[in-house]
Design a protein around this ligand. Structure first.
Ligand SMILES: [Zn+2]
Length: 282
């Protein structure tokens, strides 16, 4: 049993409905939207910490390091377990609540990313063919923007001088017009200008982002029509949410136990507060 996660008898229909209907909830957007979902309060005074842990926890929150970056891994894992259909977000004043959100992955269409600055680009970097005839044709296609009619390419001196029949060259031209669609010959980044080894590299899998919806989740409590298997699936989801909140709380306590916040003057000049973490024993 965790701090948030509770055992539920999933053979009992009424126990499951009771759990879902009584689970704490919070707004998914601002309170004016009147949309709510399953939530857990993660305000520091609500986390069951000792007095000393609480003091360090407040100092942690006021440090300039974004401690959420270190806790986000649990949320990423949760989102992946649910194939992007659900995710967890912080909401409320000073993000005092973790809320269960509906979500979905959306493909962005980006094909490459700058190695130096991370800028995304809709065009792929062309992989040039090794065959010398294909390579010449591919370079001319890219340099011309692939837009000329096939017979105009055939008439180019550089292509006319290549070995092979017009028929075979036409075949290559048509094939590479397809292959090189959405491609650039260079890998220069449009934003920072990096190229070569530090320029754009192709993204292998379709690039996607997670879209989060603020629509309510089970706000009507009308579970009576739900089948047992639907109820179990929902209980599993909400328990996984609670368990993930437990892991985030546990890591936060771990940080509060092993970290101290020190003042450090850096050459901005501005005083920043940094989090210094002790090594955890392996
Ligand atoms: Zn760049």
């Amino acid at each position: 049993m965790g701090f948030f996660e509770q055992p539920i008898d999933c053979r009992s229909r009424s126990a499951m409905i009771d759990f879902l209907a009584k689970h704490s909830r919070y707004d998914t957007g601002n309170s004016l939207n009147r949309k709510t979902s399953y939530a857990n309060c993660v305000k520091i005074h609500h986390l069951g910490l000792t007095h000393d842990q609480e003091q360090t926890a407040y100092a942690l929150l006021s440090s300039d390091d974004n401690i959420w970056d270190q806790l986000d891994q649990h949320i990423d894992d949760f989102t992946r377990r649910h194939h992007g259909a659900y995710t967890i977000g912080a909401n409320g004043r000073s993000n005092g609540y973790l809320v269960l959100y509906s979500s979905n992955y959306r493909e962005t269409g980006y094909k490459s990313r700058c190695w130096t600055c991370g800028q995304l680009n809709y065009r792929r970097v062309a992989k040039m063919p090794t065959d010398p005839v294909e390579s010449v044709i591919a370079q001319i296609l890219l340099a011309s923007g692939l837009g000329w009619p096939d017979d105009v390419y055939i008439q180019q001196f550089a292509i006319r001088d290549l070995p092979g029949t017009d028929e075979s060259k036409l075949g290559i031209i048509r094939r590479f017009k397809q292959i090189l669609q959405d491609c650039t010959a260079h890998n220069r980044c449009g934003r920072c200008g990096a190229e070569g080894e530090s320029g754009r590299i192709n993204i292998d899998h379709p690039h996607r982002t997670l879209q989060t919806s603020i629509s309510s989740l089970d706000a009507e409590h009308d579970f009576q029509d739900w089948s047992l298997s639907d109820l179990r699936a929902r209980v599993d989801l909400v328990r996984d949410f609670d368990g993930t909140c437990d892991r985030i709380r546990q890591d936060f306590i771990g940080m509060a136990a092993s970290c101290r916040v020190v003042e450090q003057t850096i050459m901005v000049p501005k005083t920043v507060r940094r989090t210094v973490c002790a090594q955890h024993p392996a």
